[in-house]
Design a protein around this ligand. Structure first.
Ligand code: CO
Length: 238
């Protein structure tokens, strides 16, 4: 029979963590309880290997976070859209980063049309739509592994553009409030975040942004493949 004590080890870990924090900074929790003033909203994948705060080494209070399977930003998802609205209108964050990751199993399921046999299949339909939209580009990749990494990048691009065209963001820019939307991708294998050259600070034409981002993504992938061909083992940083 399962009971509350099953998770006792986590409650004990929590107590030790809180003690450690207070030891370093006695006022830490009192200060945080009074208010939060994060500058950033992180929209990422629920994957347990991509913990938002740790990845960018930020303390509690510094990062507002929304995570779901495959970091999808859907216009009719009241959960995600409410987080975006709260972040912009109430917390007045200056930056939103949409953070995908290579090797995303949600994106992989969408790419390979693998059924999860449940409601997640509907959710991943949003990523399948992106694969269909960019099928021509995906077909140019040499194998499925490369297709997956490209689709992970394209998914970040499309979800970033969905943030840019969300009503809250459109209204935010219209009234002159500073906000930049960034597209990032995280490497599970090296713990590094790469910027996908997506950084939008105003109501630019989304179609044009997509063309520019597609150009940058494919150019960077070509450069990276070329470096690999030449035996350069330095990881691509961009
Ligand atoms: Co994922």
């Amino acid at each position: 029979m399962a009971g509350a004590e099953d998770l006792q080890h986590l409650i004990e870990k929590n107590a030790r963590w809180a003690e450690r924090v207070v030891k370093q900074d006695p006022d830490f929790f009192r200060r945080l309880a009074a208010q939060q003033a994060p500058e950033y909203l992180w929209i990422g994948c629920s994957d347990s290997r991509v913990p938002a705060n740790e990845v960018v080494d930020l303390a509690p209070g510094e990062l507002f976070v929304h995570r779901n399977v495959a970091n999808v930003v859907n216009h009719s998802d009241l959960n995600c859209q409410s987080v975006i609205q709260f972040a912009i209108d109430v917390l007045k964050v200056r930056h939103i980063m949409v953070v995908g990751h290579y090797g995303c199993s949600g994106v992989n399921a969408a790419l390979t049309c693998t059924r999860v046999n449940g409601v997640a299949d509907y959710w991943l339909g949003h990523v399948r739509d992106i694969a269909c939209r960019h099928q021509g580009l995906l077909d140019l990749e040499p194998d499925e592994r490369h297709q997956l990494s490209l689709l992970c990048e394209l998914n970040v691009m499309e979800q970033s553009l969905n943030v840019c065209s969300s009503q809250t963001v459109v209204d935010c820019w219209a009234r002159g409030q500073a906000l930049t939307v960034h597209g990032w991708i995280y490497g599970l294998g090296d713990g590094r975040v790469r910027h996908l050259n997506i950084a939008v600070s105003g109501p630019d034409d989304v179609g044009q942004l997509r063309q520019q981002a597609l150009h940058d993504i494919t150019a960077a992938r070509k450069a990276s493949a070329e470096r690999k061909r030449l035996g350069d083992t330095v990881p691509a940083s961009r």
